[in-house]
Design a protein around this ligand. Sequence first.
Ligand code: ADP
Ligand code: MG
Ligand code: ZN
Length: 497
Amino acid sequence: MSAPTADLMDYADVIARFEPVLGMEVHVELGTATKMFCGCPTEFGAEPNTQVCPVCLGLPGSLPVVNQSAVESAIRIGLALNCAITPWGRFARKNYFYPDQPKNYQISQYDEPIATGGYLDVPLDDGATFRVEIERAHMEEDTGKSLHVGGATGRIHGASHSLLDYNRAGVPLIEIVTKPIQGAGDRAPEVARAYVTALRDLLKSLEVSDVKMEQGSLRCDANVSLMPVGASVFGTRTETKNVNSLRSVETAVRFEMRRQAAVLAAGGEIIQETRHFHEADGSTSPGRRKETAEDYRYFPEPDLEPIAPDAEWVRRLGGTIPEYPWLRRARIQSDWGLSDEVFRDLINAGALDLIIATVDAGAPVDAARSWWVAYLTEKAKEREVGLDALPIGPAQVAAVIALNNKVAKQVVDYVLAGEGEPADVVAARGLGMVSDESALKAEVDKALAASPDIADKVRSGKVQAAGKIVGDVMKATRGQADAARVRELVLEACGAS
Ligand code: ADP
Ligand code: MG
Ligand code: ZN
């Protein structure tokens, strides 16, 4: 769909004349097994309307019950964002009519959110840090999905009819809202992208969501306004909805800055409205005029008890917050002594956690890294899957590395083909050549001790006599040693090499 062409100001001119102010609203779908207020499963991609019940369909007489594990995730997210956790807060009904909202209200939180007043120190591309203040994080339920059929655009306009899927209705959501972000200047688009990137990484490390932007488990709305340089009163903002990739966040903010600047410079006014983002050309176009809070007629949800997390629970959850992933990465890079470039390759390959686990399983860093980033990345590409979907894991890769086997790639191939653990493959396939050096040396010593006369011959320089010892070792290892290497070891042991 082509967006209406807007006049855009040159970016350098925007910066010379205006200060951008941003506000980011991020919705994250929690990865709980069941929905926010009922026991329906939350799995993505099921047949439409197969994961519904009277509660999430809003049937009369049904009553919601809060999902404890969703509250736990909400608290952990709040703590990770340095927020205060409310000791007591009610859910609220947000009333609006829309077909994907079967109750005609959404259970949300309004003036008593679970988490308030935090911040996130966001790493930027050049290594600097930008502090983004967090207004609040609150719990709510997701809506269903409408599918508008028969039109060219997939939007309701021009459609002949609409289909509704309530599988998503009632899936737990956390909405994280920033305070107005000021002072980013020309880096505002980058800050917006970096913030969502950091938040996504953080949520992933908390294991509260799969944070898949392309599947809608992380959704971002970007509020943008401009004020003249030196002013202190914010301009009117627009809210660009559902900007669903990290790159799009940056593009949308930059576009809105340039569009609004052109409007303002021409003496026009910015209307407070939502806007649609167009992936194809990176533009935005008008959506609907913005509702105000009054339009929603919020009131406390009478069917649910207030949330009252006790201090001990919150303290315990605080102990489960991991190191920020970007700080962890920086620490590991320096521990491993890797260059930025090498480390970036390993991150881009999605191999960091696999390499860490392989090192934890006893492998040296370089070997672990090269297996995952080179051979296994190649295998993953062939199969068109991610590294972590390969049928080989860190423990097996570490085992392969420990085998120190010349045919390690073959061993890996057989493991990938489902033939079992590396050691089993080696035994079954007779691939045990040159396995453990020290075991081999022990076999050599044993064979020498068993034939002292031959050993003496070899020691006195009759190297052709070594053949008998090599043969004995090959017999003892059931043919799985590398005969040439065994010969070297025999000669070494006899001081004849
Ligand atoms: P809404 O109900 O309109 O979505 P929210 O309070 O949930 O309002 O989110 C508005 C977001 O916009 C917040 O992140 C807020 O900090 C930010 N914001 C508020 N005023 C402005 C402004 N003038 N320019 C840019 N962002 C703003
Ligand atoms: Mg909002
Ligand atoms: Zn349900």
